[in-house]
Design a binder for this molecule. Structure first.
Ligand code: PLP
Length: 408
């Protein structure tokens, strides 16, 4: 019999949830900016630093243990991505990994070659491509998103593709609006044009188990700190590409993939913690089956709960005068992250007032700057609330009450 952890059981594992602010228990609604961390993850980091801390590839025991732990972490992420351990690259964060990959790929491209980016993406999946376009005389094209459907205008893609298209950089889910993009049809069009597909999975991975191979991605990148881990980025890439890309690297460092993409000494404790976060998620819905099977079950569980929380939040905010909800309603292709504005109350004031009642939320453009610009909100910004594994319906009610009580 498989037993799923209750929200109360989950919450008991997060010391951060004991925090109080202004005499209110803190409710963390900024999962899309970074989730809180369960004890098991911090224990794994501590255990590594206290008892196994070393650099890699030497003959003494702590170095051997470090090698083994890093390999184990790669295996964990192989299960997470549904791929192989030699397809998993660790790095500082998604942004740094993307600059690195963009630079390497662009070494093989010529002036006049084309890259497609999107209006819906976080700028971490824009700026690296912009930078290499500038450096190498590449043409950057932009796939628009519709402010009516809140989705990418995929019908506009065929006209943007050409025999010169080398890559399309696209987000799997918008960290501002929560929109989930169906990557498979985009990848099919890209493949037909001979282009690579680089997927930003940072906002998707906390809500849906990645499956980069089956959607046709060549690269899929995410950040462990968005799903209960420490600040570490993780990239999945097709092994033949990782093996042959012209990456900037030190001559004596390993030249086999995936290590050839990992510059310098890695954040060993962070990687161990990032793997512990995946194991923690896998343990939410019972202990039977392979790691991948357990992850599938856990994500199903999280999804079910998040959908309920989101519907409650969407409905609750919808009846408050002056609140404008941005994005798709419940039931649409979306995560449990909502962005909204409140007439007459700047987004920063909303965030400050809600913090006074213990509700921690973020505001601004969340680096989805083009989205904010398209919505005319680049100055005022948006307010963002996201549900995570530890969010309760009572917390959702608190935020709804907090928004209803905002002062101009
Ligand atoms: C959708 C999305 N992409 C990319 C990033 C950048 O990730 P990182 O902080 O790991 O560089 C973020 C961070 O908020 C994000 O939400």
């Amino acid at each position: 019999m498989t037993t799923a952890k209750t929200v109360e059981e989950i919450r008991a594992e997060f010391p951060a949830l004991a925090r109080r602010h202004a005499d209110f228990p803190v409710a963390y609604f900024d999962g899309p900016g970074g989730t809180q961390v369960p004890e098991a993850v911090v224990e794994a980091i501590t255990e590594y630093l206290f008892h196994h801390n070393a650099n890699t590839h030497w003959a003494y025991p702590t170095s051997v243990e470090t090698d083994a732990l890093l390999l184990e972490a790669r295996r964990t992420y192989a299960a997470f991505f549904g791929g192989a351990e030699n397809e998993v690259v660790f790095g500082n964060n998604m942004t740094t990994l993307t600059f690195h990959v963009a630079r390497a790929l662009a070494r093989g491209w010529s002036a006049g070659d084309e890259i497609i980016v999107t209006e819906l993406d976080h700028h971490a999946n824009l700026a690296p491509w912009q930078a290499v376009a500038q450096e190498r005389g590449l043409v950057l094209k932009m796939l628009p998103f519709s402010t009516e459907t809140w989705q990418l205008d995929v019908a506009a893609l065929p006209a943007l593709l050409s025999p010169k298209t080398r890559l399309i950089a696209v987000g799997a889910a918008s960290n501002a609006l929560g929109t989930i993009t169906d990557i498979a049809p985009i990848a099919r069009l890209a493949k037909d044009a001979g282009a690579l597909v680089y997927v930003d999975g940072v906002h998707l991975a906390p809500h849906h188990l990645p499956d980069p191979k089956s959607i046709g991605a060549d690269f899929f990148v995410c950040s462990s700190y968005k799903f209960y881990g420490p600040h570490v980025g993780v990239l999945w890439g097709r092994h033949p590409l990782l093996s042959t890309m012209d990456v900037p690297k030190l001559e004596p460092s390993p030249n086999t993939a995936p290590e050839r993409l990992e510059t310098g000494t890695q954040n060993h404790e962070g990687i161990v913690g990032a793997a512990a976060a995946v194991q923690w998620i896998a343990g939410l819905a019972g202990s039977e089956g392979s790691l991948r099977a357990r992850l599938v079950r856990s994500y199903d569980l999280l999804n079910r709960r998040e959908r309920e929380l989101f519907a409650r939040l969407w409905e609750g905010l919808g009846v408050i005068p002056g609140v404008r909800r941005l994005g798709l309603p419940p039931g649409g292709p979306r995560t449990a992250t909502i962005a909204f504005t409140v007439d007459g109350v700047p987004s920063e004031s909303v965030a400050r007032q809600l913090a006074e009642v213990g509700c921690f939320i973020s505001n601004g453009d969340f680096y989805a700057t083009t989205v904010a610009r398209r919505l005319g909100l680049e100055k005022e910004g948006m307010v963002r609330v996201g549900a995570a594994a530890y969010t309760t319906s009572a917390e959702i009610d608190r935020i709804i009450a907090g928004v209803a009580a905002l002062q101009q």
